[in-house]
Design a protein around this ligand. Structure first.
Ligand SMILES: [Zn+2]
Length: 159
């Protein structure tokens, strides 16, 4: 039995915050605003995993009104969600994702992001794809006001 899920997220760029994407800190003059660490890529991946098993979404599991999740490390949330997926008897076939940002360039950071996320998700390098795009200077993302991410996940029932 295979199940597919997709996830989407967007966070506003603001001064005075660290930019954390894919579990790593990226050097930039602005960071993403959010109740947690606002890791837009991890949030999209979490929603793709939850969506595949129709388990609702990140906002329902980790409410942004809950003080417990204030500045929460999203790698810990991802770990919790992966354990939930495993407890339902599923494993990850592959994940494909996009980070959509005008600035900074994501490409140099992607190998490290993959290293961090593959370890949490117990997948090999070739089961996790992270791609980077710009918005050609159009809309809020293109105007460097926000960063978006999308993800698709394919899960397989293993036990
Ligand atoms: Zn988010």
């Amino acid at each position: 039995m295979y199940r597919i899920g997709n996830g989407y997220d967007i966070h506003k760029l603001t001064t005075g915050r660290d930019l954390i994407i894919g579990g790593i800190k990226i050097t930039h003059e602005k960071g993403l605003l959010g109740h947690s660490d606002a890791d837009v890529l991890i949030h999209a991946i979490i929603d793709s995993l939850l969506g595949a098993l129709a388990l609702s979404d990140i906002g329902t599991l980790f409410p942004d009104i809950d003080p417990k999740y204030k500045d929460a490390d999203s790698t810990i949330l991802l770990d919790k969600v992966y354990k939930l997926i495993k407890s339902k008897g599923y494993s990850i076939v592959n994940i494909d994702s996009n980070i959509i940002a005008q600035q900074p360039k994501m490409m140099p950071y992607i190998p490290k992001m993959k290293e961090v996320l593959c370890k949490i998700l117990e997948v090999n390098n070739d089961q996790l794809s992270i791609k980077a795009k710009t918005k050609e200077k159009m809309d809020a993302v293109g105007q460097e006001m926000a960063i978006e991410a999308t993800a698709s996940a394919l899960l397989k029932k293993t036990n």
